[in-house]
Design a protein around this ligand. Structure first.
Ligand SMILES: Cc1cc2nc3c(=O)[nH]c(=O)nc-3n(C[C@H](O)[C@H](O)[C@H](O)COP(=O)(O)O)c2cc1C
Length: 326
C-alpha cells in the first residue's frame, strides 16, 4: 500500500499508545513481525519547546523502522512548527491526533485530541498549516467515530475535510470520546467513513486475534488494521493478523517459554534504555501483559509487583521457565 512517499509492506500496524509503545516494546515486537509502528503521541508545544522528556519519548534505533510519530495539539501554527521537527528527526510518517479522550487534552490545550471532532473548522486549519510545513513525509489523521455522537457523522465531516486538505490516510477508532476504551468498537461506523473517502482508511478497535482483524476488514472494508491493546505482551499478533488477512494458516501460538523469553528481552531493553532504577516501575506493568489470561497470572502479578529490584525480577522470570527434565 502506498501512502505518499511511503510504501507499506504490511496491512497490520501498531497504534500509538502513551506509556506503552515505547522503544523497548517496539524492539521486542520488530523481529516477531511488527511491520509498522507509532511512537506514543507527543505534545506539539512540548516538542517545539524541546522538552527533554518529550525527546526521550521519541528515541528510536535503525532496527526500529519504519516508524511514525504522532502530534497532539490545537494551535495550527504550533502543530506546523512541531511537524517540521518531526520531519527533520527522520520519521517516516506523521500522524495528527484527533482521538485522545483525556480531559487534560480535551479540556486543556484549548481543545485538542478528540475535542477537534467537534471543531471541524479548527481541524481544517491544522491540516492546512501542517501540510504547508511538511515537505516530504506523508501526513495522516487518527480519529474516533465521534465525540458523543456514535453515528459517525462527526468523523465523516473530519474525514472529508482531511482528504480535501491533502491528508493521505485516516485511522478510525470505532468508539466515541464518551466511550473512552469501553464498549465495543463499531466496525460499521468505520465502514461509513471508509466509503466516504478515497484515501486509505485503517480500522482500529478490539483486534486481539487474527480473526478479529479479518472481521474488522470484512465489515468495514478498511485497507489495513491498526492494533491497539491487543499488541501489549503479544508481539506475535502482527503475524497472526497478517496470516488471517491473507488467508494463510494461523502461525503456531507462542509457548509459555516464548512468552518468558520475550518478557526477558523487554526487561533488558528497558534497562538498557532507562537504567535499572527507572525501568522497575514500568516493568511491573509490562511483565503482567505477557502472562495475562494464562494459568498462574494472578500469582505472577503479585510476585512481580513485590520485586524490589530488576535483579529480583530477572530471577523470578527465570524461575518460571520449565526445567529441562519437564
Ligand atoms: C494506555 C493507552 C494509551 C493510548 N495512547 C494513545 C496515543 O498516544 N495516541 C493515540 O492516537 N491513541 C492512543 N490510544 C488509543 C489506541 O491507539 C487505540 O486507538 C485504542 O486503544 C483502540 O484500539 P484497541 O481497542 O485495539 O485497544 C491509547 C490507548 C490506551 C489504552
Amino acid at each position: 500500500m502506498r501512502i505518499g512517499t511511503l510504501t507499506l509492506d504490511t496491512r497490520v500496524l501498531q497504534s500509538p499508545m502513551a506509556g506503552c509503545t515505547d522503544l523497548a516494546f517496539r524492539l521486542v515486537a520488530r523481529p516477531r513481525g511488527m511491520g509498522f509502528a507509532f511512537l506514543e503521541m507527543v505534545s506539539a508545544t512540548a516538542l517545539v519547546r524541546t522538552n527533554r522528556k518529550t525527546l526521550e519519548l521519541m528515541r528510536s534505533l535503525p532496527e526500529d523502522r519504519p516508524l511514525g510519530a504522532q502530534l497532539i495539539g490545537s494551535d495550527p501554527a504550533m502543530m506546523a512548527e512541531a511537524s517540521v521537527r518531526v520531519e527533520a528527526m527522520g520519521f517516516e510518517l506523521l500522524d495528527l491526533n484527533l482521538g485522545c479522550p483525556a480531559p487534560k487534552m480535551v479540556k486543556g490545550e484549548d481543545g485538542a485530541g478528540a475535542a477537534l471532532l467537534t471543531k471541524p473548522e479548527r481541524a481544517s486549519e491544522i491540516f492546512r498549516a501542517v501540510l504547508r510545513a511538511v515537505r516530504r513525509i506523508p501526513v495522516t489523521v487518527k480519529m474516533r467515530i465521534g465525540f458523543t455522537d456514535a453515528s459517525g457523522r462527526e468523523a465523516l465531516e473530519i474525514a472529508r475535510r482531511a482528504q480535501d486538505s491533502g491528508i493521505l490516510a485516516l485511522c478510525v477508532h470505532g468508539r466515541t470520546r464518551q466511550q473512552g476504551y469501553t464498549g465495543k468498537a463499531d466496525y460499521e461506523a468505520i465502514g461509513r467513513v471508509k466509503r466516504a473517502v478515497s484515501i486509505p482508511v485503517f480500522g482500529n478497535g478490539d483486534v486481539y486475534t487474527g480473526e478479529d482483524a479479518r472481521r474488522l476488514t470484512e465489515v468495514s472494508g478498511c485497507d489495513a488494521v491498526m492494533i491497539g491493546r491487543g499488541g501489549l505482551g503479544n508481539p506475535w499478533l502482527y503475524r497472526e493478523a497478517e496470516a488471517a488477512l491473507s488467508g494463510a494458516p494461523r502461525p503456531a501460538p507462542p509457548s509459555w517459554e516464548d512468552r518468558l523469553t520475550a518478557l526477558g528481552e523487554h526487561l533488558e531493553h528497558e534497562v538498557r534504555i532507562q537504567g535499572s532504577e527507572r525501568a522497575l516501575r514500568p516493568m511491573r506493568r509490562v511483565a503482567c501483559w505477557y502472562v495475562a489470561g494464562k494459568p498462574g497470572a494472578a500469582e505472577f502479578r503479585r510476585r512481580i509487583c513485590a520485586a524490589a529490584t530488576i535483579d529480583e525480577m530477572r530471577l523470578l522470570i527465570e524461575s518460571l521457565r520449565p526445567s529441562p527434565s519437564q
